[in-house]
Design a protein around this ligand. Sequence first.
Ligand SMILES: [Fe+2]
Length: 391
Amino acid sequence: MNIHSYFLPPQIEFGEGAIANLASHVQTLDGKKPLIVSDAGINSAGILSQATSPLDNASIPYATFIDIEPNPTDISVLDGLKVYQEEKCNLVIAVGGGSVMDAAKAIRLLTTHEPPLETYYIDSEGADKIHADMPPLICVPTTAGTGSEVSQGAIITDTSLQTTNRLRKRALITRFNMSNVALLDPELTLKMPQALTAATGMDAITHGIEAYVATKYHPISEGVALQAIKILGANIRTVYHNGDNITARGEMLLASCMGAFSFQKGLGAVHSIAHQLSTDAPIPHGIANAILLPPVMEFNLPHVIDKYADVAEALGVNVNGMSKGEAACAAIDEIQELNKELNMPKGLRKAGLDREKLPKLAADSMLDHCHKLNPRPCTESDMLKLLEAAF
Ligand SMILES: [Fe+2]
């Protein structure tokens, strides 16, 4: 029998008002001066002050770095590192969505690992060069989608490749990227705009579906993935139409965290292509996933009929009387229905992509690690066909 390694998430604290415990977590982790990593939008929406007020109340000094952009680059990571070092911080707190949490993980990595970041990307065989000696990390997600608070990955846009016109997202993947504490407070997600709620929610659903059918043997993750899909399917329409529903916001937040836990089993072709779409076109990650998910599911269908039938049931489709094949197709139909209801763009062209970029995107998608666990092996020509189908 093969030997398998599974990693469980860190401490997850979930509930309305959970942010009040931030100061005690900092103290438990012996944080003398945290670096708060966030972005300008979180700051101007007043969410950052919601997160920092427990530190103010406990008179814990902290430094802030709020210059993280969407699809964060290695340049922002170095800028954040500079603040960490100048301010003599000894703990990192990420307050934001996936971009912020991923950048915070990379900043934390470089506090104890010699730059450049290229040394450590998984596609340059860098994972083994990452060691456990890093400052503590507390993640406070303000969106419900990425689940980066419990994932081993951090996706960074690598600008060192710009000269060869291959600017692309690359992954730092190590169990040492896991946060020490994931603090899930649905109150911090209430101000999420409707479009962001939809896009991040579809990202979470894509995590669950791709993880459930990924080829790695990981029954623990499969169980979590299916339950995540169930909770997301039951709540995504509610939060889209009624963003003030704190109960549904909480369900989405916890399920997105579960989705990310489950994708330690692997992801698939949707994510390999979506990672490139966010660097080569102005298409946010969740929207790219939502558009790509139906064509990739159709491509995978013959290989995972039973599992897609399970997905249909988890999404809430009434599969009574359906064959496995019919139920599997119903899962794809349900994703298309969801995309319609959540007003996702009807294709990559409508989302702002130029057709001439498709061949380069197909080639770059092959360089991404995610598709290697896709249930149906992908060639570059498959990637191009999937891009054309999603166009
Ligand atoms: Fe994702």
